[in-house]
Ligand binder design. Sequence first.
Ligand SMILES: [Fe+2]
Length: 218
Amino acid sequence: MAVAKTAVKKPATKATTGTGKAATKPAPAKTTAARKAPARKAAPAAAPLPQVEPIDAATLLKADHRAVDAMFEAFDDARGKSEKSDLVARICTALKIHTMIEEEVFYPALRGKIDDSIIDEAYVEHDGAKVLVNDLSTGSPADAMYDAKVKVLAEEIRHHVKEEERWLTGMFAKARSAGVDMIDLGTKMAARKAQLEADAAAAPLPVAKPTAVKLVTA
Ligand SMILES: [Fe+2]
């Protein structure tokens, strides 16, 4: 997720005259667009992140992976509609939070440190999963192909997890060998995760927005 840049006010430019005196440069005339532009509202201050214990990024993300996988396995054994619906709600919330903390904190910190292709692929895999997460979040076990969507989502996530966790060549291994501060990133992600979990407990999380893939509708 892009972080809004703070606008930096530049000091007024002064020109020097032949006498050595500084002459104030006349201000440029305002353009029509500048005159008509409405005053921008200041963005609301972001809520402070909760304090959390330091944790390694791979430890945190792997624990998330195991937790989601256990829910997918539970779905395979679930028979009742309410049990399926409850599991899917938990899976979707967990995946929304997981993709957000990775995309807000982890992936941007890896840019320039590991191969871009690894990071790009991860974003596209997330976007594929988000399509099913959003669909399932508003669906019901009575819907056609509901179980198939959960099964395909599980397959997509398991593939993605392998790419991140693969020994020596996976994203986590590459990040660690590139000298990325995994404790710093893990702790930042844990704080953001705690904040998002509190949000999710209060109200359903918003739709997961694709980052790289353009959604084309007929
Ligand atoms: Fe991921």
